[in-house]
Design a binder for this molecule. Structure first.
Ligand code: KG4
Ligand code: ZN
Length: 337
């Protein structure tokens, strides 16, 4: 049995996990920094890096404690080195390199986006490949043909904002605070999704691309009119809830439609969905209904494996089996797609 330690510091969660070469997750610890970033209305990269520096070693210690193993029991160290905020990634990469070197064990570099899809494999407990993969997070919205856990071919991405970014910005427009996704979802639950008709960009053509920036602007105009300079967020009540519900419906419609088009285009019958936005219950329900109609199998991990975490880096086991190890000059790569 080989024990793996995995580290995630790509954005504003400091996370460490311990798992085995049989994909048994023994610990999955996440320290959120959202309180630190809330008053700025978004993630401040420098604050994120400093918080990772403070939190990472205690988070690793806690993961080892929960797994009931010692540092010296580890047989491999894995780290998400791309994509993400470069300063934030560097904290995880530096720690992983030091640990792997100190322990004399292999170091494995893992792609954060591929890990979001692998979270579906981890949760399913069985093979899910080949499949269509949708990653919907704060930084990415993209569809992939996933031949295997490590072979991802991009089918299409977003032209501008990511879906999670749109949730966060609309939350700011509506005065719902940060992080925006869960706040918009809560507000939407009280509202009428048909109250406003917001744009479904690229819905009428077959291209597997997304654009959410026009939608965000449409919400802003519906909220404030054209005179955005004198704007104040709408107070709690039906108008705010209706705006949230109608916005969420537009995002969900487009994501579900593009997944359906990707399934038909590739002829694949499995859909794996990952990233923070896949925690959204309206999206999960709509994907479920679409897949049932298409005769496709849907894989979405439980909420704790949708948002950023280090357990999904169990993708490292696939690389470990193939001897795909990183060297100590491994760098953080902010951009991937
Ligand atoms: O995957 P993730 O944790 O971090 C990135 O890699 O970006 O995704 C974070 C994003 C944020 O934009 C957040 O607002 C969104 O996921 N999110 C949600 C929900 N929970 C998190 N969006 C919609 N509904 C949710 N329930
Ligand atoms: Zn992520």
């Amino acid at each position: 049995m080989t024990y793996f330690l995995a580290i995630e510091t790509s954005c504003d969660e400091t996370a460490a996990a311990v798992f085995t070469d049989e994909l048994q997750v023994l610990a999955n610890v996440v320290a959120s920094q959202s309180d630190l970033h809330a008053r700025f209305g978004g993630v401040v990269p420098e604050i994120a890096s400093r918080a990772h520096l403070r939190n990472l070693l205690p988070v690793i210690d806690e993961a080892l404690r929960r797994a009931g193993i010692a540092l010296s029991d580890l047989g491999c160290v894995a780290v998400h080195n791309t994509p993400g905020l470069v300063g934030a990634l560097l904290v995880g990469v530096s720690a992983a390199k030091a640990l792997a070197w100190g322990l004399g064990v292999p170091l494995i570099a893992v792609n954060h986006i591929a890990s979001h899809i692998f979270a579906c494999r981890l949760a399913a407990g069985r093979d899910i490949f080949p499949c269509v993969g949708l990653v919907v997070s704060g930084g990415h919205t993209a569809l992939f043909r996933c031949e295997s856990a490590l072979a991802l071919e991009l089918l299409g991405g977003t032209r501008d904002d990511a879906a999670g970014e749109a949730f966060d910005k609309v939350a700011a427009i509506l005065g719902l605070g940060f992080p925006g996704g869960p706040a918009v979802e809560r507000e939407a639950a009280q509202g009428d999704a048909k109250a406003y008709h917001f744009p479904r960009t690229f819905a009428d053509d077959g291209r597997l691309e997304f654009s959410f920036s026009g939608l965000k602007t449409a919400v802003m105009y519906a909220c404030y009119g054209q005179d955005v300079k004198r704007a104040a967020p709408p107070p709690p009540g039906p108008q705010r809830a209706n705006l949230a519900a109608s916005f969420q419906a537009a995002v969900v419609d487009v994501l579900v439609l593009k997944c359906k088009q990707a399934l038909r285009k590739t002829g694949l019958k499995r859909l794996a969905v990952g990233g923070g936005v896949s925690a959204n219950r309206a999206l999960r329900a709509a994907l479920d209904a679409m897949c049932a109609k298409e005769g496709a199998e849907l894989f979405i991990p439980p909420l704790a494996l949708c948002t950023d975490n280090a357990a999904m880096a169990a993708l490292a086991v696939e690389k470990w089996k193939r001897g795909q190890f990183a060297t100590l000059d491994l760098d953080a790569e902010p951009n991937w797609l």
